[in-house]
Design a protein around this ligand. Structure first.
Ligand code: SF4
Length: 382
C-alpha cells in the first residue's frame, strides 16, 4: 500500500491494545479512551465510528487528539508511531498482525509514576492520596486467551501488572505452544525485572522468532527501589544475569533492553544506571522514555530553576524535551504528591540530594485536591 500521509500510524490499521479492563485501544499510549468504552469485543472497537474517524485522519495528514506521538516527535524524540512505521510500513485496515496484551493489573510493585490501572497495590493508596481511585476496582482481569485468533499474529507485546508472575499470561503462552507456530511470532515483553519466567513463558522465550525483553529499571541502586517501591536492587541484578543468558540459550534474534522512564525523580542521575549497564551488561541496549503522566512527574512541568540545575547532568534528548513545552509549573503539586506518599508508605527520600535540596527551597501548594481530581478525570475520561 502506498500512502502519502505524514501522520499515518500502523496501529489503528493492523494493531490493537487489549487492556485488562476490557478496553480495546489502537495502542497502549492512546489517551482519548472515552469513545472506545462502550465496546466489549475487539472487532466492535476496531470497527467503531471513532476508530474509522481516526484512520481517516491518519490518511489525510491529521493527527488524532488522543495520540501522544505527535508531542514526542515535535520534541525530536523517536515515537512509537515512527518505530511502527519502520517495522510494518503502510498497511490497509485488516487482520490483526500485532497486539498488546494486558492480562491483569496484579503487580508486586507500586512505582511512583504508575496507577491502580496497572498495579492493584496502588488502589488503597490512591484513596488516601487523591480521595478517589483511577481504576474503579482493585483487581482487573481480561480473559484474552479466548478472544484472540493466535494464528494470525506476527507480533505479541505483553505488559502488566507484572506479566512474569501472571498465571493468565502463563496459560496464554501454553496456548501459543499448542496452537501457533511460535517460531514465526515475535515476542516483546515489558517486565519489572524482579521475577523470572514460568515454564511455558520460558519455552516461548526460547522458541519465538524474535525476543525483545524490556526490563523496566529507572535508576541505579536504592533510587530505583524508591521509585519502583517493592523492588530490591540486588535481586534485579541477579535477574539481569539470568536474562543475559537468554541470548546464549536462543538460536535467534534477541534484544534485551533496560528501559527507563525519565521524570523529576531520576533525570539527573540516570547516567549512573546507563554507565552500570554499559559496563556490567554490554550486550543489553539502554533506552529511555520521558514521563508524560502523571503531569507533575513530567520534566516539562518542572520549574525553570530546576531545569537549569539538572542541565549539566542530562543528555541532549532530555534537554530538548524538558524545554519543549514550558506552559506549566506543577512543582508545588509534585511536592504534595511526594510528601503525602512518603507518609503513606513510611518512606524517606535520601536518594537524590540535588532534588531534595531544591525541594527544601520550594513551597508546596496550599491544596492539591482539585488539581489531582482534575488530572484523574482527564486520565479516566481522556
Ligand atoms: S500515533 Fe502513537 S499514540 Fe497514536 S495510535 Fe499510533 S502509536 Fe498510538
Amino acid at each position: 500500500m502506498s500512502c502519502k500521509s505524514k501522520t499515518y500510524c500502523p496501529y489503528p490499521f493492523i494493531g490493537a491494545s487489549l487492556q485488562s479492563d476490557g478496553l480495546t485501544l489502537p495502542c497502549g499510549q492512546y489517551m482519548n479512551v472515552a469513545p472506545l468504552k462502550q465496546f466489549n469485543t475487539i472487532d466492535e472497537a476496531r470497527n467503531s465510528a471513532h476508530m474509522q474517524d481516526m484512520r481517516m485522519k491518519m490518511l489525510s495528514n491529521q493527527h488524532d487528539s488522543g495520540c501522544q506521538c505527535p508531542a514526542e516527535e515535535a520534541a525530536g524524540i523517536q515515537s512509537m508511531r515512527q518505530s511502527a512505521l519502520k517495522q510494518f510500513g503502510y498497511n490497509p485496515f485488516g487482520k490483526l498482525k500485532t497486539v498488546e496484551l494486558f492480562f491483569d493489573n496484579i503487580c508486586n510493585l507500586k512505582c511512583r509514576m504508575c496507577a491502580s490501572s496497572h498495579s492493584h497495590l496502588w488502589f488503597e493508596e490512591e484513596k488516601e492520596l487523591y480521595g478517589t481511585t483511577i481504576n474503579p476496582t482493585k483487581y482487573v482481569k481480561r480473559n484474552i486467551s479466548e478472544e484472540l485468533n493466535v494464528l494470525e499474529l506476527e507480533e505479541i507485546k505483553i505488559y502488566g501488572g507484572e506479566p512474569l508472575q501472571s498465571l493468565e499470561a502463563e496459560k496464554f503462552f501454553g496456548r501459543l505452544l499448542e496452537e501457533a507456530d511460535v517460531s514465526n511470532i515475535s515476542i516483546d515483553m515489558s517486565t519489572n525485572a524482579t521475577k523470572l519466567p514460568l515454564p511455558n513463558t520460558l519455552e516461548v522465550f526460547k522458541k519465538c522468532k524474535h525476543l525483545k525483553l524490556n526490563l523496566s529499571i529507572d535508576a541505579y541502586g536504592t533510587l530505583n527501589d524508591f521509585i519502583r517501591s517493592g523492588s530490591d536492587w540486588d535481586e534485579i541484578v541477579e535477574n539481569m544475569k539470568f536474562f543475559d543468558t537468554l541470548i546464549d540459550m536462543r538460536q535467534g534474534d534477541t534484544q534485551l533492553i533496560v528501559h527507563s522512564a525519565i521524570g523529576i525523580y531520576n533525570a539527573n542521575l540516570i547516567h549512573e544506571l546507563n554507565d552500570y549497564v554499559k559496563t556490567e551488561f554490554p550486550r543489553f541496549v539502554k533506552l529511555q522514555q520521558m514521563i508524560q503522566y502523571p503531569v507533575f512527574l513530567n520534566l516539562q512541568n518542572a520549574p525553570d530553576e530546576y531545569k537549569k540545575l539538572i542541565e549539566p547532568f542530562v543528555d541532549d534528548d532530555t534537554k530538548r524535551y524538558m524545554y519543549n513545552n514550558i506552559a506549566h509549573n506543577y512543582f508545588e503539586h509534585f511536592l504534595n504528591f511526594h510528601n503525602k506518599l512518603n507518609t503513606i508508605r513510611s518512606e524517606e527520600f535520601i536518594h537524590n540530594k540535588l532534588l531534595s535540596d531544591f525541594m527544601a527551597t520550594y513551597k508546596p501548594a496550599d491544596d492539591s485536591k482539585q488539581f489531582f481530581l482534575d488530572q484523574i478525570k482527564f486520565l479516566v475520561n481522556g
